[in-house]
Design a protein around this ligand. Structure first.
Ligand SMILES: C[S@@+](CC[C@H](N)C(=O)[O-])C[C@H]1O[C@@H](n2cnc3c(N)ncnc32)[C@H](O)[C@@H]1O
Length: 328
């Protein structure tokens, strides 16, 4: 069991070598670079939309004496861990349960705007480690995968209800699985006789689709794909970016760390579009839009962790960080 937990965390980039401390709730990814871009200042209000275990939140709060933080997570367990972890800073942090796109509706945020915002996307090792949360491909785990267990449909429901075409696109788009169609077909065939309820059921379908025993990396990709679909992670990000941009004060910076190429592309395209000076269609003879960019991208290319960070914290391996600044 312990061995397979390590396999899973390695496959998901959560652990580098046997014996090294697992990442996620422990070492904040690109810690110094995040602070450099956000540059927290006293009396200013910041958003951590993915507070998780509170690692980055602590860094932000400790970087300046009097700054304030709105700490959001859709996972109630994560919020409870963060509340405890940040109890010594409780006067300057306020917690909010929900999806990060909701942060822009917070009364204080609407009232005074944000002086900086941060998203560290994806899943934490805390979520992946708890069998009861059903994110894992370890044996005998009931599939759930909801970050917010108070609502929404779990992975069992997705595997039971999604059409073959929908499942194919989940495995192809989010899992980059070459045998996506075959896997979707196998799931649809199996669920006609008995529903897919556990990690073993999904792995068994994968064995048939691949016609071989799947590696931990194969399983990690497929389980990640289901997780992204269950939590509507890409949709949430697409809603959140413009919502957060709208409440950024002049000169405020939005920093996003993505671990999946689709999410990174969403961030890159949004930042590029917001930085354009003119958004009129090319056939317009004169500019009828605002003709002034909303702000500028601070990161021409995504910032990647240096090898020594990846060596310490394998979760950082796939991290790509981008930042955008609202015009003054
Ligand atoms: C990578 S962890 C964050 C780790 C955190 N930066 C730290 O240092 O401890 C990602 C967290 O974001 C949360 N999350 C993911 N998508 C979310 C969303 N759309 N809205 C709110 N929270 C989300 C997850 O529940 C998870 O706790």
């Amino acid at each position: 069991m312990i061995e397979s937990k390590l396999d899973e965390r390695r496959a998901a980039g959560m652990v580098q070598e046997k014996g090294k401390e697992p990442a996620g709730f422990h070492e904040p990814v690109l810690r110094a670079e995040v602070l450099d871009l956000l540059h927290p200042r006293p009396d200013q209000l910041y958003l951590d939309g993915t507070v998780g275990g509170g690692g980055h939140a602590r860094e932000i709060l400790e970087a300046c004496d009097d700054c304030l933080l709105l700490a959001v997570d859709r996972d109630l367990e994560a919020l409870s861990v963060a509340r405890t972890a940040l109890s010594d800073l409780r006067d300057r942090v306020r917690f909010m349960h929900g999806r990060f796109e909701m942060a822009s509706e917070d009364i204080e945020v609407r009232d005074r705007g944000l002086d900086g915002a941060f998203l560290d996307l994806g899943v934490s090792s805390h979520q992946l480690d708890s069998d009861s949360r059903g994110f894992t491909f370890r044996r005998g785990v009931a599939l759930d995968m909801r970050m917010d267990t108070s609502q929404g449909h779990d992975a069992r429901r997705l595997l039971a209800d999604a059409s073959e075409a929908q499942l194919t696109s989940v495995f192809r788009d989010f899992g980059e699985e070459p045998k996506a169609r075959r896997l979707a077909r196998e799931i649809v065939k199996r669920r006609m006789t008995s529903p897919l309820e556990t990690s073993d059921d999904l792995v068994a379908a994968l064995v048939v689709a691949l016609r071989r025993s799947p590696s931990p990396q194969d399983k990690a990709r497929i389980f990640q794909a289901v997780r992204i679909a269950v939590n509507e992670e890409v949709e949430s990000l697409k809603l959140a970016l413009p919502a957060i941009r709208e409440v950024l004060n002049e000169g405020a910076v939005l920093v996003v760390i993505a671990y999946h190429s689709i999410e990174d592309r969403v961030v890159k395209n949004a930042f590029r579009d917001w930085s354009k000076e003119c958004i009129c269609p090319p056939e317009f003879p004169i500019c009828t839009c605002r003709g002034r960019s909303l702000g500028k991208t601070l990161t021409k290319r995504p910032i990647r962790p240096l090898p020594d960070e990846v060596e310490r914290n394998a979760r950082a391996r796939s991290a790509r960080m981008r930042a955008w600044q609202r015009a003054a």
